[in-house]
Design a protein around this ligand. Sequence first.
Ligand SMILES: [Zn+2]
Length: 150
Amino acid sequence: MSEHPNEKIMTQLIHNQWTNHSITAAVIDEKMNIIAQGETTVTETHDPTAHAEINAIREACDKLNVDKLPQDYWLYSTFEPCPLCSSAIIWSGITGVVYANNPKYRGNEENWSFISCEEVLQKGARIQEVTLIKDFMLEDIKGYFLRHTN
Ligand SMILES: [Zn+2]
């Protein structure tokens, strides 16, 4: 039985961001287990699409040997998924998304999110309906970029 949003899961991801200095995302199965966790590896892998959410989805699909995740799999991210990741969420069949921080607290880079996650998911609803929970545990992470980008 899955219940979202889950504080224990988000606490773990937020802790990972403060420790490893990367936006962190995870795919959660229907029993509330983290089956894949991703960090942003754009610079290390020279891959502009290697965002935390994409990396988590790739790993989850690889582990399960599927190209679409089963019903009731959720994605958690410490930051609002960008348009690229929001689209990947639709293609991967994710049932719901929980994110913490949002571009308002991105400091100098606040305008990078040119289409909100909510808008992408709304437009993609005819392909895949995705529940969205925004700004969950925001207080625990919103200072991150303000502190690290100046
Ligand atoms: Zn992204």
